[in-house]
Write a protein that binds this ligand. Structure first.
Ligand code: FAQ
Length: 311
C-alpha cells in the first residue's frame, strides 16, 4: 500500500493538482514545507517591526491610516501562514518557540533599520515588490493550504507595493531634502532586497528538491532577475536611481544587467549578525511574554465552555 500512496502523490504533483492535509506525503516534503511556511510566517510577524517603528511619526493622518492598515495586514498574513503550517501537524506554540530560540529563520531583510520616513516607502516599493515576485508563483505551489493562503496575501501585497511607490513618488517630487531622503532610502534598501531571493542557484540547498515537488516554481536567480526587470522600469517613472552603475537594458536577452548583492553579507545576516537581529527577537519575545495573559485567559475560557457543555 505504501508504493500506491507514493505513486498517487507523484501523480497529483505531476498533474499540477494539489496535495491536501489528508493525503499521504513524503516526510521530507512535509518537513520542507513546515520549514518554508514557518519561515514565511515568522517573516510577516517580525516584518511588522521596521514599519511599526514609524506609525507614531507618520507625517499625516492619511499616511498613518494607510501604514496602520498595511502593518495589520502583515499580522493577518502571519496568521494565515501559521494556520497553513498547522495543517502539517505542528502547533503554533512550537513554531513560536523555534523562532525565539533561533531554530527557525525569518527573512534577512527585516534585520535592517528604518532610519527615516522614506524607508517606509522603500520597504513598500522594494521589499513588497520582491515579496510579490516571489509569492505569485507560490499561489500555484503543490500544497493546497499554502497555495490558497498565498492568493489573498498577494492581493494585499499589491496594495502594499503601490503605497510604497506612491509615498516615494510624492517625496521624489517634494523639496530637495525630501528627494534626497527618498534616494538615500532606495540606496540602502536595494541590495538587501535583491538578497531576499536567497543564495545563487548553485548554492541553494533546497531548490532542486523544492522545484521537483513544485513547491518552488522558479529558481532564486530567475526570480531575482524578474524583480530587477520590473523594478528598473519603475525607478525611471519614479525618477530615482537604483544604486548600480552596471544597471542597463540588454537588448538581445530582453533583461536588465545588474550587480549581484553581497551574498557573504546575506549569510552573516541570516546567521544572526545583521544590524538589528538581536533587537527584532528581543522585541518579539517581549510581545509574546506580554501576551501570555491573553493566551491563558482564552484557554481558561475555552476549558470552561467545554465543561459547561459536558454538564
Ligand atoms: N532570509 O536553499 P535556499 C514578506 C536560507 S516577504 C533568510 O535557497 P529556499 C512580506 C534558507 O531558508 C519575506 N534566510 O532556500 C513582507 C535556507 O536555510 P535553511 C518572506 C534565507 O527555501 C513585506 C538557506 O538560506 N517570504 O515577509 C534567505 O529554497 C514587508 C539556503 O537557501 C518568504 O519566506 C533570506 N532572504 O529558498 C512582510 C517566501 N534566503 O532553511 C512585512 C517563501 C535563503 O535550510 C513587510 N520562501 N535563506 O536553514 C521562499 O520562497 C524560499 O524559502 C526562499 C529561500 C526563496 C526565501
Amino acid at each position: 500500500a505504501g508504493d500506491e500512496l507514493a505513486a498517487y502523490f507523484d501523480e497529483v504533483v505531476g498533474a499540477d493538482q494539489k496535495i491536501e492535509p489528508r493525503d499521504w506525503m513524503p516526510e521530507a516534503y512535509r518537513k520542507g514545507l513546515v520549514r518554508q511556511i514557518a519561515q514565511h510566517a515568522h517573516s510577516e510577524i517580525i516584518g511588522m517591526q521596521p514599519e511599526g517603528n514609524w506609525l507614531s511619526r507618520a507625517p499625516s493622518l492619511a499616511r498613518k491610516a494607510i501604514l496602520l492598515a498595511k502593518v495589520q495586514d502583515e499580522a493577518g498574513h502571519g496568521l494565515y501562514l501559521y494556520a497553513a503550517a498547522e495543517t502539517l501537524g505542528v502547533s503554533r506554540a512550537e513554531l513560536f518557540d523555534k523562532l525565539l530560540s533561533g531554530r527557525q529563520k525569518y527573512s534577512s531583510i527585516f534585520n535592517y533599520p528604518t532610519l527615516t520616513w522614506a524607508d517606509v516607502g522603500a520597504i513598500g516599493w522594494l521589499v513588497d515588490g520582491a515579496a510579490i515576485v516571489n509569492q505569485v508563483p507560490l499561489c500555484r505551489c503543490s500544497y493546497g493550504p499554502y497555495a490558497r493562503a498565498m492568493i489573498r496575501i498577494c492581493k494585499e501585497e499589491s496594495f502594499h507595493q503601490r503605497q510604497g511607490f506612491d509615498l516615494l513618488y510624492t517625496l521624489a517630487r517634494g523639496t530637495d531634502e525630501q528627494r534626497a531622503m527618498a534616494q538615500d532610502a532606495v540606496d540602502r534598501w536595494w541590495y538587501p532586497s535583491l538578497a531576499m531571493f536567497g543564495p545563487p542557484d548553485a548554492e541553494s540547498t533546497h531548490s532542486t528538491q523544492s522545484m521537483a515537488w513544485k513547491i518552488k516554481r522558479f529558481s532564486n536567480d530567475e526570480l531575482r532577475q524578474k524583480f530587477v526587470d520590473m523594478t528598473a522600469q519603475q525607478a525611471e517613472v519614479l525618477g530615482l536611481n537604483l544604486p548600480d552603475e552596471a544597471l542597463g537594458y540588454d537588448q538581445p536577452s530582453g533583461h536588465w544587467r545588474y550587480t549581484q548583492p553581497d551574498f557573504g553579507e546575506l549569510m552573516r545576516v541570516i546567521s544572526g549578525d545583521g544590524p538589528c537581529n538581536r533587537q527584532r527577537i528581543e522585541h518579539r519575545r517581549r510581545a509574546h511574554d506580554d501576551g501570555a495573559w491573553v493566551r491563558d485567559s482564552a484557554a481558561a475560557y475555552a476549558a470552561k465552555q467545554r465543561t459547561r457543555k459536558a454538564a
